[in-house]
Design a binder for this molecule. Sequence first.
Ligand code: ADP
Length: 499
Amino acid sequence: GSHCDDSMVSSVKIPTIQFTKLFINGEFVDSISGKTFETIDPRTGDAIARIAEGDKEDIDLAVKAARGAFDHGPWPRFPGSERARIMMKFADLIDQNVEELAALDTIDAGKLFSMGKAVDIPQVAATLRYYAGAADKIHGDVLKMSREFHAYTLREPIGVVGHIIPWNYPSTLLFMKISPALAAGCTMVVKPAEQTPLSALYYAHLAKLAGIPNGVLNVVTGFGPTAGAAISTHMDVDAVSFTGSPEVGRKVMKAAAESNLKVVSLELGGKSPLIIFDDADIDVAAQLALTGILFNKGEICVASSRVYVQEGIYDEVVKKLVEKAKAWVVGDPFDPEVQQGPQVDKKQFERILSYIEHGKREGATLLTGGKPLGGKGYYIEPTIFTDFKEEMLIAKDEIFGPVMALAKFKKIEEAIERANKSRYGLAAGIVTKDLNVANTVSRSIHAGSIWINCYFAFDNDCPFGGYKMSGFGSDFGLDALYKYLHVKSVVTPIYNTPW
Ligand code: ADP
């Protein structure tokens, strides 16, 4: 199933990189230090472009611009319908540039071009429209106090928001964060991942064309410990929304606590279980399990990285999984036949291979895969381990690669107990035709998203977030809008002042 060799870099035209500078207060500018960094094409390991490297001083400028736009600019003061109109225009501009945006994420992150074009980028426009639809429906409640007072709540934008974004879904995760914040009337500073800065800068350009006022949306490219940390430690950033690793999430929360106690929300990955019961359709179950781990080359926080199969169909599911894994096509992500592109960078590639070595040493059985593919670029074979225990590193850590851990179980209680034996709690899948089993497992699993007889069923309207060390605070849904709004109680006596 491999399309991988040195000559497999496809001939699809790579877009010219137009935007490589920081976007601050509506202008593309060099970093104050003048420094730049390379962004790499994971298909080859070659540099694509040099991007401005923002640091603390650049974040300061961006926060100043966002603060000015919040305190004095029109964005938070517009009627919601006006923010909605501009957001709709932004969405239309994205629709008009789908191919180029998809291509940028493909060369930067190794993501499938066909998927970007058909799903990811159109979905980003849909996310903007979903929250645009909410922008003029933000209101409080009239309260019933126990005395003769008139009381109501106001929902006010939280202020200047910092969004720190990872590299696995450069477009989806950016809009998952900026869309509700824009609808709420916030202003913001975005720090894209250093591996994937290209599309965020292009979106900044489109935001300006759409009429988003200067200073509302600022994009500062650069590294985590410098530009990223400057957001989380900043005294004038009111909230920070972070998606990434638990290690960095902890740093962000600590920095927030030690600076101005800014509001924090964290989405920190997972080790999501998929539980397949004896009554499942074997072909469907195997397909869900395999896609659940190999989709986006396993670089997806909700990947079904632990699969539990009931003993009655275990052998058949294993057989199907191996067949399907061998037929899975790895290669250039511009090739429409390809199902899995390269891992995002060399560091990630080496990290995944080292987890595979751990798995072997820890005593899990390597069923298929386990090796790199192709002469250059960061390709890895679809890999399946069986006989894993929850204590093993390959079952505890989020590998973020095409590596599945598979185990057999007898009873539903055992499946629930093992599924919950994780410090993470982001998502879980259940495959069964038995409604009682589905209901019981859904309520017993400690995770923020449960998919029954499906997987990756995301929607703008479905809140998404973690339990346990997968973090807290929702993305998507109206819950995410409220994350960017303060609630204020206003109280006044009805008849006369009672004191
Ligand atoms: P990964 O390990 O998958 O690259 P990270 O959690 O390291 O994920 O990165 C997610 C985002 O957090 C990136 O934009 C990265 O630059 C940023 N980041 C990394 N370190 C820090 C830090 N100390 N403070 C703030 N942001 C950081």
